[in-house]
Design a protein around this ligand. Structure first.
Ligand code: ATP
Ligand code: MG
Length: 455
């Protein structure tokens, strides 16, 4: 993509929000647009990051035989009367209703998926099965905090499992738990599953996928040594000491320290809560008897995950002040940004040629084609967009050469444009969802000790 066509200009960052600097940079640079508290538009790059996250999720779920569907986000409130949840979701203002309360904008989709399953699941032969969708959810959150972290309208992956008995429900739950761990590993996020309260969703067992972070709104009790984690609600139990000892082998309560965390996902064993309250939520069992099915439900906050990845990608200057973003290569939509000296026709032509070759090989990169902008300003802008590698064509590069910089580490390497193209084509086929590989594995970068060249 060419910068001149992205609808973004040069950004002079000022007074960056201390707690959520990366998202503030996205707002200041017009990559994220706020329409009101908790309502956002995404410009191309964060949108492409979101699509990459969604693709990784799809890949993991499809490989586990989960079936992708799409449920309506506009739902008749009569469905919610049927499950008995209308009152709970309207009384605290979470649910947004329209047309005199006849419809609502989906805050979640347990009711809608039961309505979907009614005509699909008839016999034990149709079970077990897991449906999932990736779609917008609407919750009129009172406190919108941390930009995308808590929106009023936000994308979620929500999945629903159906089984003929409790044992198969537990199996589906374990499949989803494993899928979640794999998804978050591919996203470079070290989440810990934490036993949690089921809240408004209902059911028996549930676990939240928490990422330790000072930015988090939740507090968990975490054992540094073993990695064991618990929801702090556990302290409300009268006999929590005994419970933690008996159930989890915790000998020393002082090893559990309160830590802030972000809830990125949640999985629930619902049992028959919905199938017993809603009509025709049954299947014919092996003895030809009608029986309510056992459900599980599973959610991942896509925009909250995106926000978390961005906030972990903040670039700081020597004094620790945020100065930009460096997205990890395993999720960045564009691996490289080519920056040339605008007043040198030769460098501009070389940049164009390299851009063309890489585009022809489906390597998505950004070309800064603004001739009037200085190299220094272009580098600053690249760090606002978060591109992991810069390809510099300036005074230091001879004909056919390019200087590649890892924006996160500052490490650089001078190589031939041909070699870079070759390595990048290879790297690009493997990099998404692969936190363990980097371009440095094939190109030898020099440590960040030499003096700065262009700035
Ligand atoms: P929270 O406790 O943060 O309000 P929740 O427990 O109500 O979240 P769930 O119903 O479990 O949320 O939804 C599944 C996932 O959707 C959550 O784990 C979270 O990642 C995400 N999520 C929930 N609410 C929001 C929101 N307002 N904005 C962005 N993501 C959200
Ligand atoms: Mg939750």
């Amino acid at each position: 993509m060419k910068i001149s066509q992205m609808g973004l200009g040069t950004t002079r960052l000022k007074n960056i929000n201390e707690q959520f600097p990366a998202q503030d940079i996205l707002i200041q640079s017009g990559q994220l647009l706020q329409y009101g508290a908790g309502i956002y538009a995404y410009n191309n790059i964060p949108l492409a990051v979101k699509q990459n996250i969604e693709s990784l999720i799809r890949e993991e779920l499809n490989s586990r035989e989960c079936i992708e569907i799409s449920l309506p986000t506009l739902q008749p409130t009569s469905l919610w009367k049927e499950s008995g949840r209308l009152e709970r979701y309207t009384s605290d203002g979470t649910m947004m209703t329209i047309a005199n309360g006849e419809f609502c904008l989906a805050p979640t989709a347990e009711e809608a998926v039961v309505a979907f399953a009614r005509n699909k699941i008839k016999s034990y032969k149709d079970l077990p099965t897991i449906f999932y969708q990736i779609g917008e959810k609407y919750r009129n959150e009172i406190r919108n905090r941390g930009y995308l972290m808590r929106g009023k309208s936000f994308p979620m992956m929500d999945a629903y499992s159906f089984a003929s008995n409790e044992e198969d429900l537990v199996k589906a739950y374990m499949i989803m738990k494993e899928a979640y761990l794999s998804i978050f590993r591919k996203l470079g996020l070290e989440v810990v599953p934490v036993a949690a309260d089921n809240g408004a969703i209902g059911g028996k067992k549930s676990e939240e996928f928490m990422l330790l972070s000072e930015n988090g709104e939740d507090t968990i009790l975490y054992d540094e040594r073993t990695g064991q984690a618990f929801n702090k609600e556990i302290l409300d139990k009268d006999d929590y000491g005994e419970y933690l000892h008996d159930e989890y082998g915790i000998m020393n309560l002082s090893s559990l320290q309160p830590r802030k965390a972000i809830e990125l996902g949640h999985i629930f064993q619902l049992g028959t809560k919905y199938s017993e309250t809603m009509k025709n939520a049954t299947f014919m069992n092996e003895d030809s008897k009608e029986q309510p099915y056992y459900m599980g439900c599973y959610g991942i906050g896509i925009s909250r995950t995106l926000a978390t990845i961005y906030e972990r990608s903040i670039l700081k200057d020597k004094s620790g002040k945020p100065q930009g973003i460096a997205l990890p290569t395993y999720i960045a939509p564009y691996a490289l940004q080519i920056i040339s000296k605008g007043d040198s026709p030769i460098k501009v032509a070389e940049a164009e040629a390299l851009y063309r070759v890489l585009s022809e090989h489906n390597v998505k990169i950004i070309l800064d084609d603004r001739n009037e902008v200085s190299i220094g300003a272009k580098i600053k802008d690249a760090k606002v967009l978060g591109t992991p590698y810069l390809g510099l064509l300036g005074d230091r590069t001879k004909k056919g050469e390019i200087e590649v910089e890892n924006t996160r580490t500052g490490e650089k390497v001078l190589i031939s444009q041909c070699e870079l193209a070759k390595q990048l084509i290879k790297f690009n086929q493997e990099r998404i969802g692969n936190p363990d590989i980097s371009l440095e594995d094939t190109i030898k970068f020099q440590p960040n000790q030499e003096k700065e060249i262009v700035r």
